[in-house]
Design a protein around this ligand. Sequence first.
Ligand code: NDP
Length: 296
Amino acid sequence: MSYPSTPRVTFPATAHEAAITLPAIGQGTWYMGENLAPRRDEVRALQRGLELGLRLIDTAEMYADGGAEEVVGEALTGRRDQAFLVSKVYPWNAGRDSALAACERSLKRLGTDHLDLYLLHWPGDIPLEETLEAFERLREQGKIRRFGVSNFDVNELEALTTLSGGDACAVNQVLYHLGSRGIEHSLRPLMQRLGMPLMAYCPLAQAGQLRQDLFGHPVVREVAGGLGITPAQLLLAWAIRPVNGRCDTIAIPKAVRLEHVEQNAGALAVELDDDALARLDEAFPAPRKKVPLDIV
Ligand code: NDP
């Protein structure tokens, strides 16, 4: 398998924005801002990640009720231009007017005048046409550069991309890790056909209700040990591996501990050979039939 020197993912050009290419590992923020770790450690972790090239920072109005956005805002003080900033709107705030107000609140907490990407956090009851209209108004106002979705399965993504303006959807952020490969059956192929990058959340399977001990799995440990890397690095390198010759997955591990941030950035330099991939496939086979989208 051939890798570019640093795996990178390109968000294609839109009618209004040039294409942008980012390192294929970014940073998550769920559980930041909840006093589970000292705030200064969370800020420092995000800043260290940026220094190491983990440019995409993913947050949401949901996380710590806006508290995670405040941590991100603090981390980006004086360095906003280094980050590709992603936030998400609750489905019930994704209406024609409510999305504009929600975005305004997020921008205030983040201390910035624009998001690089604004996602609908999961499908809800507000008609998608309304959300698309709101996203387009936010784009016209310069408050967001691109929009995308999260937790959209095949039917939902197909419905979205057939709506007027829906084909500008830049990304679908879904749960994806070695122990949860359901999207490989049909969602990922659909996204590849649409030329839409994938943002892989919970890439380490270490948080949320679907937490799994992949780090302790004997095959993960053996393959990682053979390559001289940690289990976490193996999982990240696996998540961002090229599929059908394309690097189109950006993984967003959340890490507060600095050694975790450094390891995660180091995973950008890991190349998985065919033998390693075959062993992982055998232990964690891809699904042979459509399964419901995994969510946290
Ligand atoms: P992850 O799979 O990223 O796991 C995070 C956990 O792994 C933390 O406990 C962290 O510890 C630990 N960790 C990080 N790096 C390492 C490492 N190198 N070695 C060992 N342990 C490590 O889970 P998340 O649920 O946080 O998912 C990532 C991000 O995806 C979220 O933060 C969020 O931004 C996004 N997300 C989006 C969802 C959606 O619905 N769209 C749903 C869930 C997540 P520590 O912090 O102590 O360093």
